[in-house]
Design a protein around this ligand. Structure first.
Ligand SMILES: NC(=O)c1ccc[n+]([C@@H]2O[C@H](COP(=O)([O-])OP(=O)(O)OC[C@H]3O[C@@H](n4cnc5c(N)ncnc54)[C@H](O)[C@@H]3O)[C@@H](O)[C@H]2O)c1
Length: 441
């Protein structure tokens, strides 16, 4: 058994070694922040090219991450942070954070290849008394059903005797990784209250916000529930927007009026939900029920949000139809390919879904995105000769786009707005046949 007061003292004196497994969007910034806070940090990833880059002080994270490149350079040069592919080096670590990807498979069940891989490799080298904290987002019950048995089996050690376990899910958003890490509260879910208290002592070195203690399953539930909640709320807005279209109403106005009612806060509707987390975390939450609870709302919300890119495709089809055109053979330009405005992150991009659907309908598709290297370019030149434009992402650049100029480039004045970026009156005054999500005619 470990002496928790000793471990706390070692943390307070910065005398512990911290291991971080998985150096992606989440693991790399965490590793850098602990290294900046004067801990010795060993980062581990299975991708050699990523490790080589990191050890040169170059961030492998795509998109703009304010401060991350500079911080990485600083902690690599100071010698506080070293990255490796060699699990043996983790035998020195007193506390190990696991930050590997946790996607769902085609049946929406957790796909823990990376998590299992990390646990089984770690178990072979971890020292006695180590505290292992899973920061990855996992289905409720995963620490008990997957992580603990795997670590015990592969190490021949016993949880809460030879090693300790916790769940402390991350709440970061790409584009704000360091700020979010620093400023957002965390749930420290330890296998015992003493473990949770040690976790608080650790995280207070990098987090300036509430650090709430809980058990692991509460931490797992909190993280997956907050993203499932968001998904359900977005789905409600999306369904309301489609009802507004059917009834000839304007979703933006209806939303404004609904939100005057106390306690109501309908979100904006949009052309789909993407990114690494929201499309899969509701499924992780649902999986936690282990078939003991009938699930209706979470799958329904997922279905609504997953259907939005095709709904935008249907709006386009109808706009083309009104001009006697069809999707087959038409040339369409898509405005925006990332999943988030003003970001280059294209993981689970709704535009990707729309583009493949349009190509299946035999449309020719061009893609413009000022944030995604592959799709950068002069929008007005790219639009020359296109039959229609479809806005999928509310990048700032598109708010500044002159509709008159866009109209001059396009062969037909057809514009579909999946994010309510353009002003309807201006679009119509510029001669467009205009369809916008949630605006009925
Ligand atoms: N990206 C986000 O914005 C975000 C936000 C909050 C929570 N999360 C959660 O954090 C976790 C990590 O997400 P991410 O976006 O950082 O993923 P990522 O894909 O960017 O990074 C994961 C890293 O783990 C590495 N890896 C995989 N298997 C490994 C193994 N066996 N040993 C060592 N390294 C291994 C991969 O090579 C990769 O570099 C996920 O559970 C995710 O849901 C992500």
């Amino acid at each position: 058994m470990i002496n928790f007061d000793d471990l706390k003292q070692k943390i307070l004196k910065h005398e512990i070694v911290i291991g971080v497994i998985g150096l992606g969007y989440v693991g790399l910034p965490v590793a850098c922040m602990f290294a900046k806070s004067d801990f010795q940090v060993i980062g581990l990833d299975i991708k050699q090219d990523r490790i080589d880059k990191i050890n040169l002080g170059e961030s492998p994270i795509e998109g703009k991450e304010p401060g991350l490149s500079e911080l990485l350079q600083e902690v690599v040069s100071s010698g506080h942070f070293k990255a490796t592919t060699d699990y043996n080096l983790l035998s020195q670590a007193d506390i190990i954070l696991i930050d590997v990807e946790t996607p769902v498979d085609e049946n929406n069940r957790p796909q823990y290849v990376a998590l299992r891989g990390a646990c089984s490799s770690l178990a072979k080298v971890m020292k006695d008394g180590v505290l292992v904290i899973v920061e990855s987002t996992i289905a409720p019950g995963t620490i008990d059903r997957v992580v603990q048995p795997l670590l015990e089996e592969c190490s021949n050690k016993k949880s809460n005797i030879d090693f300790y376990l916790g769940a402390c899910p991350e709440r970061v958003m790409p584009g704000k990784l360091l700020t979010n890490l620093h400023k957002m509260s965390r749930v420290c879910g330890g296998s015992t209250q003493e473990v949770s208290d040690v976790m608080v002592t650790l995280y207070q070195n990098i987090v300036e916000a509430d650090l709430d203690t809980a058990d692991p399953v509460t931490a797992e539930l909190t993280k997956t529930a907050e993203n499932a909640y968001r998904d359900v709320q977005i789905a409600f807005a999306n369904e309301l927007a489609m009802i507004c279209e059917s009834t000839g109403a304007d979703f933006i106005r209806v939303r404004e009026l609904v939100n005057k009612s106390p306690g109501r806060n309908v979100l904006l509707a949009g052309a789909g939900v993407g990114g690494h987390c929201i499309p899969k975390d509701p499924w992780l939450l649902a999986f936690g029920a282990q078939d003991k609870t009938p699930l209706r709302l979470i799958p329904a919300a997922r279905a609504v949000n997953d259907g939005m890119p095709i709904h935008i495709g249907e709006l386009l089809k109808s706009a083309l139809g009104e001009k006697g055109l069809s999707l087959t053979g038409s040339q369409i330009i898509i405005l925006g390919y990332s999943y988030l405005e003003n970001s280059g992150d294209i993981r689970n991009s709704p535009s990707e879904k729309l583009v493949s659907w349009l190509r299946m309908q035999n449309a020719n598709v061009l893609i413009h995105d000022p944030w995604v290297e592959e799709y950068k370019g002069d929008l007005l030149k790219m639009a020359i000769g296109c039959d229609a434009a479809v806005l999928m992402v509310a990048h700032q650049d598109y708010f500044e786009l002159s509709l008159k100029e866009l109209g001059k480039s396009l062969r037909h004045h057809i514009l579909v707005d999946g994010r309510n970026v353009f002003d309807q009156e201006e679009a119509i005054a510029s001669g467009f046949s205009f369809k916008s999500l949630g605006r009925g005619e």
